[in-house]
Design a protein around this ligand. Sequence first.
Ligand code: NAD
Length: 469
Amino acid sequence: MSNISVIGTGYVGLVTGACLADLGNQVTCIDIAVDKIERLQNGILPIYEPGLEEVVERNVSAGRLRFTASYCGVLDACEFIFIAVNTPMGENEGGADMRYVESAARSIAQELDHDAIIINKSTVPVGSGDLVSRVIQTYLKKPDVHFAVVSNPEFLREGTAVYDFLHPDRIVLGSSDLQEANAVARLYLPLRAPIMITDIYTAEMIKYASNAFLATKISFINEIAQICEHLGADVKEVAAGMGYDKRIGRAFLDAGLGYGGSCLPKDVRALAHMAHEAGLHPQLLHTVMDINHDQRRRIVDKLTDILGSLQDRTIAVLGLAFKPNTDDMRDAPAIDIIHWITSLGATVRVYDPIATQTGYQALEHAGAAMASVIFCQTPYEAAENADALVVVTEWNEFKTLRMAQLSSTMRHPLLIDGRNMYEAADVSLHGFIYHGMGRGTDPATVTLSAIKTGKLTATTVGEGAFALP
Ligand code: NAD
């Protein structure tokens, strides 16, 4: 059992604190957001994360987990201090904003009166371990205190954060001292995950490279989706066919509206910024970001291609959160999409099972024409008299919608499936005209027309692939 402090009670800090307490440690979570701490002290979670409430409750009741808004006296007897504060996109051309990490480091230094290991879980630019060390050294209240900084990037996903923390693919530790890295590694031994110990710069880079690779996979399949759409292939099947190849893997090959959320967009940008600072030109990263931006725009293009002007139209939007099982609206595609639709004169009716409150705040913050955004209690209410239904987040409950009821209440039964949740053949039985992302159209029709126009010869079609009408 170890004494641990976790600084920051957001998605990463709260999950880290609660799970480390669940492993038998004594954990204090600190956050400067007093309202968050008051809610936690009253047993209310400030975020929606499946399974987290139970873990928090269990460990608070067992006396292993507590919350405070003050650093005062909290670090006493703590051997390990985790930094899990936010590192949002900065205003400096996308570089990470390090002010929260610096402030946490300063607060640690002003309180620390004994030897301790500071573990950085926030996603930080390469070299930030040195920065944290410098800040702590500068403000240390007792100069003879020995401290070490270990990098320990976090790979959990919102929506499955508790599971991911407890079942990680790997633990990465960056340290200049093997003994200190081993001390941190012991905290994770109960998880029985591979533990990789490397230097701090490399550990920091592993996080950015991992997120950039995932973003690249998403932009890659979205580019393929666009090509599929024009050639009549179905990207969902293409991804399935590719995914069987172990060298490729099926994960992160879902074509749709691109990546969003609090991590991938800012991390790809921050990595590109780091490369620029080093005098490099990270072409691939720029292309990944460009494709991702265009992908959101494609929804609006589809709407205008089919409906013409959006002036005085009503568009129903299903889903606000950047992905299912979270209330997180940071850089959610819904913000841009709703903003663009409303600025073209349409009224938007939205429904999200969880993120209505955060969605409201995010849209207000983004300056969307809020007056024309109507928040609905059910998907059916959102669809009433709509000219189109746009699926933005693939919540599970959207898989079992009563499609005939939905389409019957709409002015035009047009379904733009931004997440490829449905099959054209199924939903058309319920009266919908379906448009997915990269789903082509009926392959026989497309191919026949391609043959007729001379774009495709009969020999290239492939014998027996499908019957031509
Ligand atoms: P978050 O915004 O949800 O939470 C950060 C918390 O830190 C906030 O509650 C904030 O009030 C608090 N904070 C800020 N400065 C503080 C200070 N000086 N002292 C005490 N508390 C302070 O952020 P998050 O999503 O948990 O992300 C945290 C870090 O982990 C980021 O660097 C992020 O990139 C990284 N990360 C996030 C995820 C994810 O899925 N959210 C996954 C892996 C890594």
